[in-house]
Write a protein that binds this ligand. Sequence first.
Ligand code: HEC
Length: 129
Amino acid sequence: MRAALLIVLGLAIGIIGTVFTMRALSERNPLPHAVMVTMGFHRHQLQQAVKGQHCDAAASVAQLQHMQFTAGDIAAAFPDAPQPFLDLAGHLRSALQSAAQAAPADCPALVAALKPVDQVCKECHQQYR
Ligand code: HEC
């Protein structure tokens, strides 16, 4: 009886320990995920603007600049990334800088400005995501 209880107790402690270890491991570096979620958020805001046909020039530039600065965090957020990955992060930043500088005044201009940006997102996700 006592042995059975000890086995059950041992199992329970083992399971709890595993859960805590797994959680600690997945939380070790939340930054890569956070940077991409932020990037996705701003991209989504722009998508909503296009969808609603309400593309305010100043608001679009602000979103694009947020994305540009966020792209600047990619290298630091993915510390073990290989050089081609970092190159793509650099391409993304310059694509976003061009898009922001183009200051798209309406929805068709915004869609056109986002095309080269989306291309880089896609290129990196296909290879590294
Ligand atoms: C240099 C490579 C690279 C570029 C460029 C890039 N991403 Fe990512 N992205 C990744 C990687 C790697 C992941 C998976 C990382 C993770 O979720 O922890 C990812 C995941 C994501 C996710 C999923 C996050 C989640 O909830 O799981 C979103 C959204 C995202 N990226 C948006 C974007 C957008 C929008 C762009 C372009 C504006 C972009 N990314 C450009 C590498 C990149």
